[in-house]
Design a protein around this ligand. Structure first.
Ligand SMILES: [Zn+2]
Length: 168
């Protein structure tokens, strides 16, 4: 059986409950994090359905696409805070842009030129993403955007950099 068929069967046991009625998030929170399968965002942060928007991509990077989603999350769906969570042992830190492009080229037979957001310094990558969000003109709220490193082995979430001045 394909994995898709397997999880589709799982979905029949899922009941959304009260969260189905509320379009806006209960916690007014957006979380940007990596697609890494080891990150169980809801369980890690204790989120219930309806609590937060979760935007995921490779690395949890503040890409144009991620920022588009956060812009909509804030201006249309009422979120107020943004949490950026990267993690240890991320593929974007283990591999380089050219290694990833080479692998995709080898596997598909086609050139791959998109920047995937690899980083040499994992802490700096978080700082960069937080700064990009805090300075972005498409976001409504810039004062509660904070970055974190999730250490998978230690099972700890640690804030990176200072939280912004709590004005506004
Ligand atoms: Zn990752």
């Amino acid at each position: 059986m394909d994995s898709i068929d397997q999880v589709l069967m799982n979905s029949r046991l899922h009941f959304l409950g009260m969260a189905a009625r509320a379009r806006e998030t209960a916690m007014k929170l957006a979380v940007l994090t990596c697609m890494d399968a080891r990150i169980d965002v809801s369980r890690l942060l204790g989120l219930q359905p309806g609590d937060a928007h979760v935007i995921r991509n490779a690395g949890g990077r503040a890409t144009d696409d991620a920022i588009r989603s956060i812009a909509l999350s804030q201006a249309v769906l009422g979120t107020r805070e943004v949490m950026v969570i990267h993690h240890t042992d991320c593929a974007l830190g283990r591999l380089t842009q050219s290694e990833i492009a080479d692998r995709i080229r080898a596997a598909t037979g086609h050139d791959f030129t998109d920047a995937v957001g690899c980083f040499g310094d994992p802490i700096q990558a978080i700082v960069d993403d937080v700064e990009r969000l805090r300075g972005h003109s498409n976001l409504v709220f810039h004062d509660k955007i904070r970055g974190f490193m999730y250490d998978l082995l230690a099972n700890s979430v640690t804030e990176v950099g200072s939280s912004p001045a709590s004005s506004g």
